[in-house]
Design a protein around this ligand. Structure first.
Ligand code: GDP
Length: 519
C-alpha cells in the first residue's frame, strides 16, 4: 500500500476562505490564484461569479455550477507548496455545504471588510472552524477605502469571536490618506502608489511618510509591542491566536505578504480522527472521506460528483478501495482534480488533496473510502438549520415515490427531516440556506416525479436535546416544538436564542447541543 512521499505532505496546504458576502473573498481568491499562475488574467473567477450572481433563478446557478463544479476546490502551486483552496458557497447558495466544506480544511482564512469589521455570516462560519480548532488567519480588506480604526477591528475580532489577535503588518493612514503597510516581520514598509495601484518595498527610514504619519506609526508599533499579545506559533496552530494582515485585495496590496506568511504558518495536512484512532497523513495506506456531494441538475445526466478529501497515503487511479459504509470494494476509475478553469483526470493524489468522483448514489456525506477496510472517519455533524417547513405531497397516489425520494435526499444530506414527538403523520424539514428547499422541490419533481407543498414554519434554529425533562413547560409566548429526527433524537425547534434561554431557565436539567453527529 503506497505511502505519500514526505514532501508531498509537508508542502500541502488545504484551506478555506470564510467571509460575509462582499468582504472580498472572490477578489482575494483571484489574486491568490494569480500568484500561483493558475489563471492568466485577473477577472476570470470574478466574471464567472458575476454571471452566477446576476441570475436569481437557482436552476441557472446549478446549471452554471454543473460546468463550473471546479469552483468547489482550486488547486495550485506556489513556491513549492501544493495548495488546495476550498471554496465555501456563499451569497444565495449559502447552505449546509458551506459548513461542511470547513470539515475538509486544515486552516481557515477569514476575510473582513475594514469598514464593517466582523459581520454575521463570518461569525457563523468562524464558530464552525473554532469547534474543529483549526488555525484561523485574518485578512482585513479594502484598506484603500475609508475604513475603521485598525485598533477597533482587532478589538472587535477579540470581543465578538473570542480569539486573540496578532497584527502581522500595520496600516499607515486609510482611505484617501492610506500610505502603506509596515511589515512587522521584515520591518520593511510597503508604500502604496495610489496612481498606479502598485507598491514598493523599502526600509522604514526611506518610507515617504510625513512626520505626523511617522509618529503615529511609531506610537502604534510601541503599543502593539507593549500591550499586544506575544506571537506564538503554538497558539496559532491551536486556533486561539489569529495572525492579522491588513491590505487591499483589489489593489493587490499586502496580498503577497499575507500569502507568504500564511503558507509558512499554516499547518500541513493534519491527522484525522477515526473509529480506529487518529489517522496520520504518513499512514501507509490511502484513506479519505466524502465532504460534499454535488448532484448534476441536468436530467439527462443523473450522476453526481462526490468530493473526497484525501487523509493519508497515496491515492492512485484505479486502485481498489473499500467503501466502508456499504462494505463494498470500488475502483475509482475517473478521479478528477480541479484547477481554476479546468478539471482533469488525475493519476495520483496526496493527503490534503480533494478529488472528485463520479457516483451513482452509493456515496454519502461523511463516508470513508480506504485501503484499510476497518476504518471509519468520525466527526461529521449535522448543523442547526435556520429555515424550516412542513412538507406535504400534492397528489397522494405518488406516496411511494415521494417516500423514496425524500429518504434518498435526506440521506444525501440535502435537507434534515423531523417528525412530531407523538409520531403523527406530519413531516418537517430543516435547511441552513433557503436554496436547499428549492433544490429539494426541483429534484423531487425531476428525479422522482412528485410535487410537494412546502409550508414555511417560523422557527430559526434547532437544538438537539442531550439531557432534559420528558415534557417541557412552556410559557404563554413560547413558540417551541419538540420533534424527533431521523436518528430518533429529540430536537427542539426554536424561534431565537431568547426562547432557548427562557427554556433553559425554566428547566435547569436541560442540556442541548448545537449540532448532532451525522450517523
Ligand atoms: P465576496 O462577496 O466576498 O466574494 O466579495 P468580492 O470579491 O466579490 O468583492 C465585493 C466587492 O468589493 C466588489 O465590488 C469588489 O470589487 C470590491 N472589493 C474587493 N476587494 C476590494 C478592495 O481591496 N478595495 C476596494 N475598494 N474594493 C474591493
Amino acid at each position: 500500500m503506497p505511502t505519500a512521499p514526505e514532501d508531498a505532505i509537508t508542502n500541502g496546504r488545504t484551506f478555506a476562505i470564510i467571509s460575509h458576502p462582499d468582504a472580498g473573498k472572490t477578489t482575494l481568491t483571484e489574486k491568490l490564484l494569480l500568484y500561483g499562475g493558475a489563471i492568466r488574467e485577473a477577472g476570470a473567477v470574478k466574471a464567472r461569479r458575476a454571471q452566477q450572481h446576476a441570475r436569481s433563478d437557482w436552476m441557472e446557478i446549478e446549471r452554471q455550477r454543473g460546468i463550473s463544479v471546479t469552483s468547489t476546490v482550486l488547486q495550485f502551486r506556489y513556491q513549492g507548496y501544493r495548495i488546495n483552496l476550498l471554496d465555501t458557497p456563499g451569497h444565495q447558495d449559502f447552505s449546509e455545504d458551506t459548513y461542511r466544506t470547513l470539515l475538509a480544511a486544515d486552516s481557515v482564512v477569514m476575510v473582513l471588510d475594514a469598514a464593517k469589521g466582523v459581520e454575521e455570516q463570518t461569525i457563523k462560519l468562524y464558530q464552525v472552524a473554532r469547534r474543529r480548532q483549526v488555525p484561523v488567519f485574518t485578512f482585513v480588506n479594502k484598506l484603500d477605502r475609508e475604513s475603521r480604526d485598525p485598533w477597533d477591528i482587532l478589538e472587535e475580532i477579540e470581543r465578538i469571536l473570542g480569539i486573540s489577535t496578532f497584527a502581522m503588518n500595520w496600516p499607515v493612514g486609510m482611505g484617501m490618506g492610506f500610505q502603506g503597510l509596515f511589515d512587522r516581520a521584515s520591518r520593511e514598509f510597503e508604500a502604496f502608489n495610489r496612481q498606479n495601484r502598485t507598491f514598493d518595498r523599502m526600509s522604514l527610514n526611506d518610507a515617504p511618510l510625513d512626520s505626523h504619519d511617522r509618529m503615529q506609526l511609531q506610537e502604534d508599533l510601541e503599543l502593539l509591542e507593549g500591550a499586544g499579545e506575544a506571537f506564538s506559533q503554538a497558539a496559532v496552530t491551536e486556533g486561539v491566536l489569529t495572525p492579522v494582515y491588513f491590505g487591499s485585495a483589489i489593489a493587490n496590496f499586502g496580498v503577497e505578504t499575507f500569502l507568504n506568511g500564511f503558507l509558512t504558518m499554516a499547518p500541513p495536512p493534519r491527522p484525522r480522527e477515526s473509529s480506529a484512532g487518529w489517522v496520520a497523513p504518513e499512514a501507509p495506506y490511502f484513506s479519505g472521506f466524502v465532504f460534499k456531494i454535488q448532484a448534476n441538475m441536468n436530467p439527462a445526466h443523473r450522476d453526481r460528483v462526490a468530493f473526497v478529501r484525501v487523509c493519508s497515503g497515496k491515492f492512485e487511479r484505479n486502485m481498489p478501495v473499500a467503501h466502508v459504509q456499504s462494505g463494498r470494494t470500488i475502483r475509482l476509475a475517473q478521479p478528477q482534480q480541479f484547477m481554476a478553469q479546468d478539471r482533469a483526470i488525475i493519476d495520483e493524489a496526496f493527503p490534503g488533496d480533494v478529488i472528485g468522483i463520479h457516483d451513482t448514489g452509493l456515496l454519502h456525506i461523511g463516508d470513508t473510502l480506504s485501503e484499510k477496510p476497518d476504518l471509519r472517519f468520525v466527526g461529521f455533524p449535522r448543523f442547526s438549520p435556520e429555515h424550516f417547513a412542513e412538507v406535504e405531497l400534492k397528489y397522494t397516489l405518488k406516496h411511494k415515490q415521494y417516500q423514496r425520494g425524500l429518504d434518498e435526499l435526506v440521506q444525501e444530506g440535502l435537507v434534515q427531516r423531523y417528525r412530531p414527538e407523538d409520531l403523527g403523520p406530519q413531516v418537517f424539514l430543516g435547511v441552513v440556506g433557503p436554496l436547499q428547499f428549492e433544490v429539494l422541490e426541483y429534484r423531487l419533481k425531476q428525479e422522482y416525479g412528485v410535487e410537494v407543498t412546502l409550508r414555511p414554519l417560523g422557527y430559526r434554529m434547532a437544538r438537539w436535546v442531550v439531557e432534559g425533562p420528558a415534557e417541557f413547560e412552556l410559557g404563554r409566548f413560547d413558540r417551541v416544538r419538540t420533534v424527533i429526527d431521523d436518528e430518533g433524537q429529540r430536537v427542539l425547534l426554536l424561534e431565537d436564542e431568547r426562547s432557548l434561554e427562557r427554556l433553559l431557565e425554566r428547566h435547569p436539567s436541560l442540556r442541548v447541543a448545537e449540532s448532532s453527529p451525522l450517523r
